[in-house]
Design a protein around this ligand. Sequence first.
Ligand SMILES: Cc1cc2nc3c(=O)[nH]c(=O)nc-3n(C[C@H](O)[C@H](O)[C@H](O)COP(=O)(O)O)c2cc1C
Length: 193
Amino acid sequence: MSQDPFRLFNEWYVEELKRSSASIPSACCISSNGLDGYPNARFVSLKEVKNDTFIITGPLRSRKGLEVTQSSKVALTFWWETTQKQIRIQGNATKISDTEATQYFNERAKDSNIISMISEQGTAIENIEVLKKKFTEIEIAYKNKDVMKPKNWGGFAIAPIRIECMEFEKTRFHKRTLFQLEGKNWTTTVLQP
Ligand SMILES: Cc1cc2nc3c(=O)[nH]c(=O)nc-3n(C[C@H](O)[C@H](O)[C@H](O)COP(=O)(O)O)c2cc1C
């Protein structure tokens, strides 16, 4: 097994992407420290692993955006059904630059970008039809032009301090390897199942 957790993550992820029939194989659960002290978790799509950080994106004023902005300590969890592997990451999130966020935004599907433009993610709405009507109007207005990234849409780069890679075994003798950052080096520990 690789002693470099990023290399191992990449090997496993590539294998899962190759074999998976999941509609969103990049899905992972990001857990944050809730503003009221309760842990909060939801799925997001991993954009990529860049410079040894895990990149996620979304509205910055949503609950997740506010929570991660207030407390940078987060966890990211993956379960890869096809290859029967779990990855648990704990680390520190920092906001990516506006330029980087724009690049990710421009790679998204147009309908997703229109939603990001018109929806205040997570705030209450009395009638969803109002938003649907707005969507259609914007769709028509932007038929021949790109949707610009809203000011409060961005992302976070999660720099891990701990990565646990687990191979799920039917026998329940799961193979768990914990990588921990000590200074600039990663230590490796095999954990009991
Ligand atoms: C598979 C999947 C992928 C998702 N990807 C994202 C994403 O990349 N960014 C995002 O903001 N929300 C994504 N969502 C929606 C979030 O789960 C969540 O509903 C939203 O971000 C609001 O969460 P918040 O109120 O805690 O900010 C995704 C949901 C699912 C089920």
